[in-house]
Design a protein around this ligand. Structure first.
Ligand SMILES: Nc1ncnc2c1ncn2[C@@H]1O[C@H](COP(=O)(O)OP(=O)(O)OP(=O)(O)O)[C@@H](O)[C@H]1O
Ligand SMILES: [Mg+2]
Length: 342
């Protein structure tokens, strides 16, 4: 397989969606507590990464695309910290608005390890806003996005169910797709109002939810195919890329054989942390479509890039160099029906 990488620099990308503050509290085990049967950890260091739509954006920027983020955070410490991280990751944050009184979605992970060992996650604490950010702020962000679209090659929507990805944003995105541009949605809870886009990148659980079948059935290729075809019809998307965790990916839609294309997971198998792999998959698949690659080839690259990030702790990004190397030994496409493991 030719390992030449397309040049993503010069592509102008807008990412719109739910921005999350991923916080990592790295600790060392100290003792068993005498207060309760719990472990006592000594705080060693703290790290912040942009999560959700922020992680999609930083994956796009790491591959050289000029990336602007559209969304909201609270006017709180998590919102400030995630903005600093995004700037460090070269993501444009002029259209990430801070909302007084709204809570930035935050996932705080407590990691414990002896020095120079791989950290294990022991606990996660989520801060959740409870309600979407006020409609007038979201409308402001949408107006900014609408005004910018004439100079955008690709729009990626990242839904983490915190309220930014809904029908009004879907309408704007659909118009952009109807004008011949690439719009990719990484969906979460719902597809209503988000029809008519270029492609969707659900994981197996999300596909099962949209197709109203049990996720356990989707280990069978025929059920997976039926569910994907139902979601293609329902969403009127041109492609559905199903991410299947350690089973790789499957692709359905235009110019794909009816049974679908499948690809096995890429990488060495030394998986450290699968957090954010779906964000990388959506980012790279979208970028490849916008670069003019056909959808099966876009899946090969997305799968290779996702195989890179699962080998690092926390939500990571794949650089062009790492992607080029991963492509040297990347798995090949196969018909889904021949290639399913359960
Ligand atoms: N254990 C693994 N080994 C190798 N590759 C993996 C593994 N887990 C995930 N991947 C790669 O990452 C892709 C996306 O992962 P997954 O299907 O778990 O997405 P997701 O559930 O949306 O993840 P998240 O929401 O945490 O970002 C997979 O299609 C696969 O290519
Ligand atoms: Mg996901």
């Amino acid at each position: 397989m030719g390992a030449k990488l397309p040049d993503f620099a010069g592509l102008r990308v807008a990412v719109a969606g739910d921005v999350i503050c991923d916080r990592y509290l790295v600790c060392e085990p100290k003792a068993l507590s005498r207060e309760a049967p719990v472990m006592v950890l000594r705080h060693a260091e703290e790290r912040v990464r942009a999560g959700g739509a922020g992680n999609v954006a930083r994956n796009l920027a790491a591959l050289g695309a000029s990336t602007m983020l559209y969304g909201v955070v609270g006017r709180d410490a998590a919102g400030r910290d995630v903005r600093v991280e995004l700037e460090r990751d070269l993501v444009g944050v002029e259209n990430l608005l801070s909302v007084p009184g709204w809570t930035t979605p935050q996932k705080s992970r407590v990691l414990a390890a002896e020095p120079r060992r791989n950290a294990q996650q022991v606990l996660r604490i989520d801060h959740e806003p409870g309600v979407p950010a006020p409609e007038e702020v979201r409308a402001d962000v949408r107006a900014r996005l609408r005004a910018a679209l004439a100079n955008v090659d690709l729009l990626v929507l990242s839904d983490y169910n915190y309220g930014f990805v809904e029908a009004a944003l879907g309408k704007l995105a659909r118009e952009f797709a109807a004008a011949g541009r690439v719009v990719v949605l990484d969906p979460r809870e719902q597809l209503a109002g988000l029809e008519g886009l270029t492609a969707l990148t659900p994981n197996v659980d999300e596909l099962a939810r949209f197709a109203r079948v049990g996720a356990e059935r989707l280990t069978q290729s025929q059920s997976l195919e039926l569910a994907a075809q139902a979601v293609l019809e329902q969403s009127r998307a041109r492609w559905v890329l199903v991410t299947r965790g350690n089973n790789g990916m499957a692709l359905f839609g235009e110019d794909v054989p009816p049974g679908g294309w499948a690809i096995e997971a890429s990488g060495s198998g030394n998986v450290t942390d699968v957090t954010g792999a779906g964000d990388t998959a959506a980012a790279v698949f979208a970028l490849c479509l916008a670069r003019g690659l056909d959808a099966p080839r876009a899946m090969v690259l997305a799968n290779a890039a996702s195989g890179v990030v699962v080998m690092e702790t926390g939500a990571a990004v794949c650089t062009p160099q790492a992607l080029r190397e991963a492509l040297q030994s990347a798995p090949h496409l196969a018909p889904l029906s021949g290639g399913v493991r359960s």
